[in-house]
Write a protein that binds this ligand. Sequence first.
Ligand code: KIV
Length: 263
Amino acid sequence: MQKITVPVLHQKRHDGEKFAVLTAYDFTFSRLCEQAEIEVVLVGDSLGNVIQGRDSTLPVTVAEMVYHTAAVKRGNDKALLVSDLPFMSYASVDDALFNAAALMQAGAQMVKLEGGAWLADTVHALTERGIPVCGHIGLTPQSVHKLGGYKVQGRDDDGAATMVADALALQQAGADLMLVECIPSALGKQLRDALAVPLIGIGAGPDTDAQVLVLHDMLGISQRLPSFSRNFLDQHGSILEALRGYGEAVRSGQFPSAAESFA
Ligand code: KIV
């Protein structure tokens, strides 16, 4: 696999080539992702759930994200490495700059943050200083208490219109990638058509430029398998083959199916 950079991903979007994104939290799984040619590795704050056994991502700290980012970086030279800015670590522009610097110095090549147009100044400040940004809209787990649970977002016309406006505001501010979580498939397509930057979906239907899953979900070892995920270890004999199978299923458009999407 070629070394994956932001321009490489933009070219893929331009050429209509889908790519795969997977979370990893340690050296060994990061190395397996490289061997399986997964294009983007996300050190997600979902580590709060699947590594630490917490019931939300809110307790995850910047120091923990730095620790896991450094371990993942040591296992992978090829994938683009994206790290989550955890809860409240980007509450102000200054906080975002300081904490994003810590993630980049640990090996991240892009940071991801959750929220809409209100983050435009933050995204602008980061990208202006050479820190690439992935926006995260739709279901934003750091706002679980405001949202009232882990629910599908953008089902009504107002919610959908706000989400498209948020995506465009983040792109306008300089975001190079957009991730959208748990929305109806039709809105996934609408967002993909509205944006120029690659759109990564999770529970967002088949029409996005890329898909992301939480590693433990796609290996079927999480406490609960979300309805939009698939157990790839079941179909393939080893972890490495499961990761390869996931990448191929995403690139060929075979994942997600309608049953793994929201109407
Ligand atoms: O933290 C994470 O793993 C994420 C994915 C759910 C997209 O943000």
